[in-house]
Design a protein around this ligand. Sequence first.
Ligand code: ZN
Ligand code: ZN
Length: 444
Amino acid sequence: MRTVLLIDDDQTCRAPAAELFRRLQWQVFEAVDGQSGLALALEHPPDIILCDLLMPRGNGFQLCRAVREHLELRHTRIIICSGRDFSHDRTTAEEAGADLYLLKPLLLSRLKEAIDEVMAVRPMLETERPVTEHVFSAEDLTTRIKFWGVRGSVPTPGASTVFFGGNTSCVEVRALGEIIVLDAGSGIRPLGLELAREFKGQPINLTLLISHTHWDHIQGFPFFLPAYDAKNRVHVLGYEGARDGLRATLAGQMESPYFPIALSQMPGNIIIEELKEMEFSVGEIPVRACFTNHPGVCVGYRIFTRAGSVVYIPDNETFSKDGTQASKSGIPSSLDYDIVEFVRDADVLIADSQYDSAEYGSHVGWGHGCLDEVVRLAIAGNVKRLFLFHHDPAHDDRFISTMLMNARAMAKAAGSPIRIDASREGEEIILTAPAPVPLPLQVP
Ligand SMILES: [Zn+2]
Ligand SMILES: [Zn+2]
């Protein structure tokens, strides 16, 4: 049975709506203010909340925001009703998470249409989650990594960046049938176009891991095509932003002064979840996170696939909080012990190498990596392949090539077998799991 929650301090407004829903065989709950309405919604998650805009103890805007912050209410549709017809109210309600805005007095015929309208675009439930029928060519034993955006801070298109690329952070990892997208910088836009081409209208199911909500890591999301198709499921995971939480921060860049479409208006089945634990899994793939040395709440991710582990640390200043633990463990005292352990024995490390050592002197405390220290980190952690990442917007292709040559020379001088490259838009890396060891023949 469908359920509706009517929130209005005016009983004469609730009564006719309640009567209509009951006639349509819905179960009806009622509350007189935003606060008690939210509590009731959490107790009995409704299909629809029909809510007055201006009420004591929690107005309609606040209720929308609160509902959208609760994962368990992600399938609830919200209809706001108000006697005020200011376009600013409508826009603000939509930005806060309302699906529809109706004018009072409520005509029952209009309300009936509104119910059909919002239920028609109800997001899919977990049990209705689309099964990706797409056949992955490389089966379980292969991991594919593709760079879609490698630049830090701001996109830098132009002739001088054409080789390494100018889009901001976005890396795709495919393994065990999962599509994991690391960050939503402007590189996620071409990734979205490519996914649409590849899946040809079949449902796309992917997980987006956000390292942090600085603009260069989320600015591409409003242009991510798969998020505009209701067949697709985009599961966004990240840690709480320093101020407003993950959903509010992602929604903030799409508010009306900045963008014409609100996050809540994107038709895709978008589920935003704030992570609390530092270890979790995407499908059957274990993932670990580690806080990095960067302003605000910023993490790196380590993805453990059968073909090897991939570490992504897009924004991190390589410095030691306390050099004693590092030097006691035989690693350079300038390095952060926790980060060295986080990257230890990784097959691929994608790491913030924004500055060379000459530039770093005037950027200490900015939260970004110095090339020499990043190479030391990778060697100390016994990493197999290092990709320099988060290229500075001021660095043209020639400068990045020079940094790469210097990094390789450092590794050679240190006698390390590590392979170093500078990450480049469009480049793909394939990791293949070692062939299974054949069972020994049975001896009679
Ligand atoms: Zn960044
Ligand atoms: Zn940042």
